[in-house]
Design a binder for this molecule. Structure first.
Ligand code: TRP
Ligand code: ZN
Length: 852
């Protein structure tokens, strides 16, 4: 019974009774009958009282099972094998097993499975138990040797290659690791090879392995890998620790990529790149994911997590590190704007709904459901706050201590905070609440000025979240700068450390009432609430020296204008249009930054803001407001946009670097608005001549947005029908740009298309993910999108529970909406829940979504 919901609690953690000294695995690969032979040397854990040996296993056909060579008597219970203590020979013993598994029929893409006739594995979080009997928990770490027997051309596993011959290969990984980092790949692969000399002068062999035909799409990823390796040496002093580093691209993959020791496995969308097939956004994402997985080698692999409740220990820190890397490689302000937009779009949304949970949860049913924006993105923000509070030097010292003290261990959040306490002498007990308290704090600010003293009054409140009614005050670093009425920086960025519910801060000796720039750089993951005027926002958009807050001022201005348009039928405010015109004309500003300022706040962002203000959001009204404001912007800015479109043209060969990409982004922003005026003339011309995917897809989007482009869609299909990653874009664009009333029908037609594939997560996401992101279409009042999504998830659940559960998050905002929509979404969720044999993954998610 995989369905019986068993809850796991952090408070129940106990150390393993037995540790593993060595694992030797042999794989005899065959599509539906792979044999896995394991030899595991166990040793009684001195920190435990011993007891029965408990091993995890799921869906295994056990052929044999012995203890020190003698047949073992075992019992089975809820996914575990129990060997009673009285049979266990001595303090150490050898457990051997042979099992049979069927990778070809494994559509859940967890454990050993096949993708395009290639064998591959995904073991995080609890997939190793689908490969063989083992203590599948991260605090059991061991060196692994692996022998693969197969006729496939390339046979790979973790660590260093030891020996190989006709039809076999052996690998050895000397670094003790938990089972979730195990990996194996076998297939007809070709490589893009390179090498790198590390800081101590060691030569490391680097490979990106792909299907024949994809060799030409590896160079960018390889460059990003080498930059990541060097960056981690320079910034964190961390060197790579094996002779070889392999990356493999796989088409069927549940997430972005996986940091298996020495053998990272990537969703092909997160590694393959070429100018013809990848957009600038793709290049940027690939660079970040390659860095992320590489950085896990130290933050995740050398130091891993004691248990899955500590997931943010590796994920929050590794996201923080990849964000630092991207900021160094590209424009730091633009990266910060993007990271905060992701945080607000995904994590704030999660924190405001039924799925809200702490960065370190206290319980879970299915750990796969906790690879969330809260653990990743808010987890990274917590580290950013810690660094802001202690300063850069103290942060570097604490990190060195962390690596020194915990190398080779499975650590906890307590261990992490302890290194900061020990190296700085700071008491972090209040700061630790960020890990246990869910919900996004609201920071309300008011101010007064008299006799040259300016006072900021701050108040923090964290709304109740499921299971957590009462909240305590947090430590919030509030970065503040003050500007003079003429726009000069009076007080440069200062960190106010807030620790109480209410607190005031004085700034003395001022000659006039200043204009505050609050929460600069988004110094804490909170919602800022302050009565202010649009003229002050326009002032900050023009004068703030903090680039993040400059952008933020424009965003707040746009949100105010759009809210009034959506709820009161107001006209597009001239103040906003004038401010945008000045911003757009400011040649001193980075084009990428200007492109970001031109983008309107998203549909979901507005819906949440209205809901917070006590207004039931109307998705159609928000949609119309965004459309009218875009039309008004286009009309007002036409000459500026036209000249930007003409002048930002790239000359020469395509380069994915940040500056070139920024110019293309500005040009695309201009094109998208101009198409509302020129009837798509420029976009049609660009589509016809574009030699790179950024421009080709941008032109297509500009046309689809004005309900044109059917001819271009057809020619796009003809051109790219054999490229799976580009075809994902073809599917996605149609749903993303469908008119609200046509969205459900478009998605329904696409899931029936001959090129749709229920077993390929990328393809499924390109339609169903896009369906939930097209807010006006998803929430169209006839409820057709809700019903379609429910039907599709019911169908998908038998194939891939992880993706089903993830996509069900589309319903997480259901309580925001009116009675009709709420009722329809609740019905859709209840229909999913009623499906016979619904997976544990989906059961947990839908149950939490429905709440009590
Ligand atoms: N640890 C991986 C990362 O952060 C992500 C991951 C977790 C994953 N579970 C997975 C990837 C399942 C693929 C499938 O990069
Ligand atoms: Zn990660």
């Amino acid at each position: 019974m995989t369905n019986a919901p068993q809850t796991v609690f952090l408070a129940d953690y106990t150390p393993p009774a037995y540790l593993v000294d060595q694992v030797a695995l042999t794989f005899r690969l065959a599509p539906t009958a792979t044999r896995v032979i394991s030899k595991v040397n166990f040793r009684r854990n001195p920190e435990s009282n011993g007891g029965d040996l408990l091993l995890d296993g799921e869906g295994l056909k056990t052929i044999s099972c012995t203890l020190d060579g003698a047949k073992a008597t075992v019992t089975h219970e809820a996914g575990k094998m129990r060997i009673s203590a009285d049979q266990l020979p001595a303090d150490s013993f050898l457990f051997e097993a042979e099992v049979e598994i069927s990778p070809a029929t494994n559509t859940a893409l967890e454990g050993l499975y096949m993708s395009n006739s290639m064998y591959c594995t995904q073991c995080e979080a609890e997939g190793f138990r689908k490969i063989t009997w083992y203590p599948d928990r991260p605090d059991v770490m061991a060196p692994f040797t692996v022998r693969i027997e197969s006729e496939e051309k390339i046979l790979l596993s973790n660590g260093n290659p030891v020996a190989s011959g006709d039809g076999w290969a052996e690998w050895s990984d000397p670094w003790p690791k938990p089972a979730y980092l195990f990996a194996l790949v076998a297939g007809n692969l070709v490589n893009h090879p390179d090498q790198l000399e590390t800081m101590s002068g060691k030569k490391v062999e680097l490979n990106i392995w792909v299907r024949p035909g994809d060799e030409g799409k590896c160079a960018f990823g390889m460059g990003a890998l080498k930059q990541s390796m060097t960056w981690d040496e320079e910034v964190y002093g961390r060197e790579y620790d094996l002779d070889i580093f392999n990356i493999v691209a796989v088409d069927d993959f549940n997430m972005g990529a996986m940091e298996n020791k020495g053998l990272n496995i990537f969703n092909s969308s997160a590694v393959l790149a070429s100018p013809e097939t990848s957009t600038d956004a793709n290049f940027e994402r690939i660079e970040a994911i390659i860095a992320h997985e590489y950085f896990h080698n130290w933050t995740g692999n050398r130091i891993t997590c004691r248990d899955w409740f500590q997931l943010c220990l590796k994920e929050g820190l590794t996201v923080f590190r990849d964000q630092q890397f991207s900021a160094d490689m590209r424009s730091a302000p633009v990266r910060r704007i993007d990271d905060v937009s992701t945080l607000r779009g995904r994590q704030f949304r999660e924190d405001n709904g039924p799925l809200a949970h702490p960065v370190r949860p206290e319980s879970f049913v299915e750990i796969n459901n906790f690879y969330t924006a809260t653990i990743y993105e808010k987890g990274a923000e917590i580290i950013g706050m810690l660094k802001r509070l202690v300063g850069d030097d103290a942060y570097a010292k604490a990190l060195n201590l962390y690596f020194e003290r915990h190398d080779g261990e499975a650590a906890t959040i307590e261990d992490w905070l302890q290194v900061f306490e020990d190296s700085t002498g700071r008491d972090l007990s209040q700061f630790k609440l960020w890990y246990s308290q869910a919900g996004t704090p609201r920071l309300t600010v008011s101010e007064s000025y008299s006799d040259g003293t300016y006072t900021l009054n701050l108040r923090q409140d964290t709304p109740a979240t499921p299971g957590q009614a009462d909240k305590q005050p947090l430590v919030i670093p509030v970065a503040v700068g003050l500007l003079s009425p003429e726009g000069k920086e009076l007080v440069p960025t200062t960190i106010l450390e807030m620790t109480e519910t209410e607190q005031s801060f004085d700034f003395e000796g001022l000659s006039a009432r200043p204009v505050p720039s609050l929460l600069r750089g988004f110094s804490a993951p909170v919602v800022l609430i302050r009565e202010t005027s649009n003229s002050e926002r326009a002032f900050l958009l023009a004068h703030d020296t903090d680039p993040f807050n400059k952008w933020e001022a424009g965003r707040m201005l746009a949100k105010d204008v759009l809210s009034r348009m959506a709820t009161e039928g107001a006209e597009p405010a001239p103040q906003y249009l004038d401010a945008m015109s000045d911003m757009c004309a400011d040649e001193a500003l980075d084009p990428a930054f200007r492109a970001h300022c031109l983008r309107l706040p998203g549909q979901d962002d507005l819906a949440q803001t209205l809901y917070d203000a006590g207004v039931t959001p109307d998705p159609m009204a928000i949609h119309s407001a965004r459309e009218s404001l875009s039309d008004a912007l286009a009309a007002k800015l036409e000459p500026l946009l036209a000249s930007a479109y003409d002048s930002m043209i790239s000359e020469g060969e395509f380069s994915p670097d940040a500056v070139s990409a920024g110019r293309r982004a500005m040009r695309q922003g201009a094109l998208s608005l101009l198409s509302r005026i020129d009837g798509g003339e420029r976009a049609r011309a660009l589509f016809a001549t574009a030699d790179n995917m950024t421009e080709q897809l941008g032109a297509l989007g500009a046309l689809l947005q004005i309900s044109q482009g059917s001819k271009e869609l057809a020619s796009f299909y003809q051109q790219w029908r054999d490229d799976r990653l580009v075809m994902d874009k073809w599917f996605m664009m149609q749903v993303s740009f469908a008119a609200p009333e046509a969205t459900a029908a478009t998605a329904a037609r696409l899931v029936e298309h001959a090129d749709f594939d229920w077993k390929n997560p990328n393809r499924v996401r390109s339609v169903l993910g896009a369906l939930s992101m097209n807010a006006a279409g998803f929430h169209y009042e006839d409820g057709a999108s809700y019903q379609l999504l429910a039907d599709c998830l019911i169908r998908l659940d038998d194939l891939n529970p992880q993706i089903t559960a993830r996509l069900s998050g589309a319903f997480e905002t259901w309580r925001r909406y009116d009675g009709n929509r709420q009722g329809q979404m609740r019905d859709a969720l209840q229909r999913i829940l009623a499906k016979p044999d619904l997976s544990r993954d989906a059961t947990e998610m839908v149950t939490r979504l429905l709440g009590d």
